[in-house]
Design a protein around this ligand. Structure first.
Ligand code: PEP
Length: 246
């Protein structure tokens, strides 16, 4: 059991429409109850729903984030893109950057670094995703990969107070497979050790659900969870938070 301040980030990926707003009444009620304990909830819906979520959450403490942003801080001829300033303008406080589903489409560490710097300039808090693939894990390259992602991704980012790191092993996302507790503890410690002064808070993401949260919550160096599939079901998401604190 934990009694620490923990983050629970709902990554809705490319799911949801206006009728999803009705499902949020339960989470709003929960966020105002004692059961939330020291949990901090953040929803990252698709771009199309950020504004509506932001209005819906206006009288509660639930944060809102985007799932990505364009690397340019200025407006420009980038069809289909949204930048950090635009996210901020419609009510976002956070943005996920470096998610493996976007790295797979060609986002590299340098591009991610640019996005992070511009998101910070736009006064967003950044949830910076890192993680190794299964092949890299099998070749025992996890620490090497994570070190490079952190080094390049945060290059010349001096003030890290608005950075959160989400460790998301690619082989764990959407697969139902989570790392062994002792391996996860070690990797989270390794990530924290990469920061000379104060480490950013480090979250775990990858197949978190109401069944495995009982084991995950015992790993005491984890500062929160980035939750994909299970977060789209409000009951499961609430269960995860409740179980973390019982
Ligand atoms: C994610 O997409 O960030 C994620 C953790 O997904 P899932 O929980 O579905 O594995």
């Amino acid at each position: 059991m934990t009694n620490k301040y923990m983050y629970f980030i709902a990554n809705w990926k490319m799911y949801g429409n206006l009728s999803s707003l009705n499902t949020l009444n339960k989470i709003i009620k929960f966020s105002k109850s004692k059961e939330i304990n020291k949990g901090r909830l953040i929803y990252c819906p698709p771009y199309t729903l950020i504004s509506a979520f932001s209005k819906k959450f206006k009288n509660c403490q639930i944060g809102i984030g985007g799932q990505n942003c364009h690397e340019s801080i200025s407006y420009g001829p980038y069809t289909g893109s949204v930048n950090a300033k635009m996210l901020k303008n419609i009510g976002a406080h956070f943005v996920i950057i470096g998610h493996s589903e976007n790295r797979e489409k060609g986002e590299n560490d340098k591009l991610i670094n640019l996005k992070i710097k511009n998101a910070l300039l736009a006064k967003l808090k950044v949830i910076f995703c890192i993680g190794e693939t299964l092949t890299q894990k099998k070749k025992k390259k996890t620490e090497f990969v994570l070190s490079k992602q952190i080094k390049v991704g945060l290059n010349s980012v001096k003030n890290k107070s608005n950075i959160f790191i989400a460790y998301e092993p690619v082989w764990s996302i959407g697969t139902g497979v989570v790392p062994k507790s002792k391996d996860l503890f070690k990797t989270i410690n390794f990530i924290k050790s990469k920061f000379k002064d104060k480490s950013p808070k480090v979250f775990y993401g990858g197949s978190v659900n109401p069944q495995n949260i009982n084991d995950l919550k015992e790993i005491n160096n984890i500062d929160g969870f980035l939750i994909g599939g299970a977060s789209q079901n409000t009951k499961k998401f609430i269960d995860i938070v409740k179980k973390t604190y019982t």
